[in-house]
Design a protein around this ligand. Sequence first.
Ligand code: NAG
Ligand code: NAG
Ligand code: NAG
Ligand code: NAG
Ligand code: NAG
Ligand code: NAG
Ligand code: NAG
Ligand code: NAG
Length: 362
Amino acid sequence: MDPFFSWDFFSCLKKLKMMSVCGHFVIFFKCTALLSLRIVLLVPAGLPVRSQSVSQSDKNFLGNITVKQGETIFLRCAQGEIVTHTAWLNRSSILYAGDEKWSVDPRVSLVTLNQEEFTIKIENVEMTDEGQYVCAVQTSRRPTTNIVHVLVQVPPKITNLTRDIVVNEGANVTVLCQAIGKPEPTITWKLISSSGDLSTDDAYLEISSITRNRAGTYECTAVNEIDTDVKTVDITVNYAPTVYDGRDIGVTLGQRGVLECEADAVPEADFEWYKDDRRFLNGFDGMEIVNTGSLSKLTFFNVSYGDYGNYTCVAINKLGSSNTSIVMYGPRAVQDGNGSTLGVHLDTCLLFIVFLFLLLKL
Ligand SMILES: *[C@@H]1O[C@H](CO)[C@@H](O)[C@H](O)[C@H]1NC(C)=O
Ligand SMILES: *[C@@H]1O[C@H](CO)[C@@H](O)[C@H](O)[C@H]1NC(C)=O
Ligand SMILES: *[C@@H]1O[C@H](CO)[C@@H](O)[C@H](O)[C@H]1NC(C)=O
Ligand SMILES: *[C@@H]1O[C@H](CO)[C@@H](O)[C@H](O)[C@H]1NC(C)=O
Ligand SMILES: *[C@@H]1O[C@H](CO)[C@@H](O)[C@H](O)[C@H]1NC(C)=O
Ligand SMILES: *[C@@H]1O[C@H](CO)[C@@H](O)[C@H](O)[C@H]1NC(C)=O
Ligand SMILES: *[C@@H]1O[C@H](CO)[C@@H](O)[C@H](O)[C@H]1NC(C)=O
Ligand SMILES: *[C@@H]1O[C@H](CO)[C@@H](O)[C@H](O)[C@H]1NC(C)=O
């Protein structure tokens, strides 16, 4: 008969337990050696096999128990007609020897111990509880080891995610999304504003020489068989302003005239208005500059001759500037429909005014 399942083994267990109290070191070491030896044999490195042979002991593989983290598992073990000794082991440690609790873990408790079954439960299962559990049974006829493999599943959780970033166009960008979970979660990246996943299936999303159309909110998804976790990262791409070509306008004297200038820029551009070399600032008589986001409006409430001319709108942010010219011209030039005649027209007008002015002075 296998020494492990003989009375010696169980008396050893008893003695081993008493050792802490009595301090019989010799017996202690003997027993520990015996136990270690048996446990090595009992819990082989390879997969346990169901053995039908009538050897020294029957070894039954009771199968796998798959459990989600935080749940409770019940470890059931059938007992023989005349069970003399029985124990539940976690790897090399005894959880219960009969109804005696050896484990100090409060999550482990006895559910049933009678002639038919020996059941213990483990509450709030953790990842470290994964592994082989063995129910060793000694009956009057023969010893039996029942092996059950506990597999713990953990929902994915994104634990390490790059913070929102702001970069300049052309920069190389790397964003990290790390997740834990069991089975190991797979990571996918998606730019929310565009359709389809990005090519990368890696924790690292690498974008070389980023362009403005790759800016946006990126979604990292960690998936395993149990659940999904999603988190987002905002990537802001800065770039210098581009001013859209201005539209020349024709305005009758005394009317309201509005010059519009629109710029695409990140961060949003500041606008400056010039006529020839003179900068226009808000608060000048009879005009107003209003900036709303990407649009700047220069409004003349009552257009006079002197207001006609060639205006320049300059959009500026920290990465650069861009400008466009907008001509405000009078009604006659509108009919001409030619920029060059306008110039002539304006010049003639100005000359005429100056001439009038001089005449009046004299
Ligand atoms: C039990 O789980 C192991 C992996 O941990 C696997 O190799 C084995 O096939 C499973 N056995 C059964 C019966 O599901
Ligand atoms: C089982 O053994 C492992 C390794 O020693 C330990 O981390 C885990 O807490 C044990 N679980 C129970 C329920 O005893
Ligand atoms: C997150 O990832 C960075 C870069 O790989 C690493 O330095 C850091 O230790 C990680 N943090 C955590 C909590 O895993
Ligand atoms: C981006 O990476 C490429 C190589 O992949 C390198 O040649 C280039 O200089 C990098 N650009 C910046 C701005 O670091
Ligand atoms: C526009 O200006 C002219 C001359 O400066 C003035 O005569 C006229 O009343 C003004 N019109 C309005 C609507 O203010
Ligand atoms: C307006 O001025 C800009 C330079 O300030 C010049 O490039 C452009 O040709 C001018 N437009 C007209 C119609 O004169
Ligand atoms: C307008 O842009 C041109 C180049 O596109 C530049 O040479 C010029 O100096 C700019 N004008 C102003 C007023 O910024
Ligand atoms: C407009 O001016 C250009 C010169 O800048 C000239 O070649 C063209 O003939 C003019 N067109 C009209 C309709 O006056």
